[in-house]
Write a protein that binds this ligand. Structure first.
Ligand SMILES: Cc1ncc(COP(=O)(O)O)c(C=O)c1O
Length: 389
């Protein structure tokens, strides 16, 4: 490890990420390599981003080709890749129901900001200027800019940032979220599997009741698919497991396999509340990001690919249940309890396994979706070694 690099980092970088103990320099498939050439089995995928793994030849080809052709032109011009990606994503969202439209952004928090603005604006143009409240679930995480932070529950992230957005409220219990919806509510926002909170699927009955109550009151249902989308749960969208029909869907992370790209999908009547000038992004949907995202979606939407995610996910679940307590998740996103998550993560890294921590006693696994059963066996061998040490 280059000590000087870590020391310089302490001087010149904001210290907002806590101490890092590894610098990774290369990746291939589900493996990452540090500057000493040590190999790691990557169960982080850049926090649920590199769904097709590292240095995927198809992704690399698209990047090379598009970099030679055109990177950026701005939204002053029609971008062919946006039309192609919007067509794919809206078809996946629609599945025989209402038609959707798409717009493109760069990150998850930005997608949520757009969704929150869109919900208020939709109510306003439909004669309900009084519907401005937004209700979020307990244990929610929607991002760190002001709007999405205001619907994120963790008090640590909110401390010293007040006043947050007026009218954006986080329920204290799941049941209370349903009760909080009223005739002044513009929208409720949910993750169907709460990733940052420890990979916890939300109770299906609760989600359905929340959606039904929102509909009854004319409030919109926003489903944040930033972490659960693009095949992570073994379905293209996580909400498909829960029988929901979101008014607005937000996406990012896995959409670009590491190239920043996000999306807001909305039912057409909702999307139409954004008339020219009301929302936009300089970089959002540029030809480069669109080329990569079109490739990624083409691969992931294949039913055979999603079936393999479910199969390998089940194999991983079986291993986890044999070794750990409170195993929860779906597809290839799993959480489980350990005594001390920070030290568990460190010991795993020493043995060549990378995981993320999402709570003092909670480990989260979000490996690339190209994971195979042989990698699950490799994971189990490391975990077995750790429990014997
Ligand atoms: C569910 C969810 N929403 C939003 C975000 C924020 O995304 P980004 O970090 O791209 O802004 C995250 C990131 O972890 C997330 O998990």
């Amino acid at each position: 490890m280059k000590t000087a690099l870590f020391e310089l980092a302490d001087q010149v970088l904001f210290q907002n990420y806590g101490k890092r103990d590894l610098a990774l320099v290369r990746g291939e498939g589900v493996y990452l390599y540090d500057d000493q050439g040590k190999r790691y089995l990557d169960f982080t995928a850049g926090i649920a981003v590199c769904n097709l793994g590292h240095a995927h030849p198809g992704v690399t080809d698209v990047i090379e080709r598009q970099a030679r052709q055109l990177l950026h032109v701005s939204n002053l011009f029609l971008i062919e890749g946006q039309v192609a990606l919007a067509e794919k994503l809206t078809q996946l969202a629609q599945r025989g129901g209402e038609a959707y439209r798409a717009m493109f952004v760069n990150t998850g928090t930005e997608a949520n900001e757009g969704a929150l603005k869109l919900a208020r604006r939709y109510q306003y143009v439909n004669g309900h200027a009084e519907k401005t409240r937004v209700v979020a679930l307990p244990n929610s995480f929607h991002g760190r800019t002001m709007g999405s932070l205001s619907v994120t529950s963790n008090p640590k992230y909110r401390e010293g940032m007040t006043p947050l957005v007026p009218g954006f409220e986080v329920a204290e219990t799941y049941e209370q979220a349903v009760e909080m919806l009223d005739d002044r509510t513009a929208a409720c926002i949910v993750e169907v599997v709460q990733g940052e909170a420890g990979v916890r699927p939300v109770d299906e009955d609760l989600l359905r009741r929340l959606a039904a109550r929102a509909k009854e009151l004319g409030a919109l249902l926003i489903v944040d698919e930033v972490q659960t989308g693009v095949g992570r749960t073994g379905r293209f969208f996580g909400y498909e497991h829960f029988g929901l029909s979101p008014d607005i869907i937000t996406m990012a992370k896995g959409l670009g396999n590491g190239i920043p790209v996000g999306a807001i999908l909305a039912k057409q009547k909702v999307a139409d509340a954004f008339t020219p000038g009301l929302h936009g992004s300089t970089f959002g949907g540029n030809p480069f990001a669109m080329a990569v995202a079109n490739y990624v979606v083409e691969v992931v939407r294949d039913p055979g690919f999603l079936e393999r995610v479910r199969q390998v996910g089940e194999a991983l679940r079986t291993v986890l249940e044999a070794h750990f307590e409170r195993v929860t998740g779906l597809g290839l996103m799993w959480g489980f309890d350990v005594e001390d998550a920070a030290s568990w993560r460190k010991r795993a890294a020493e043995r060549g396994l990378l995981v993320t921590v999402c709570g003092p006693k909670r480990i989260r696994l979000v490996p690339p979706l190209i994971l195979e059963e042989a990698h699950v066996q490799e994971f189990e061998a490391i975990v077995t070694q750790m429990s014997r040490a």
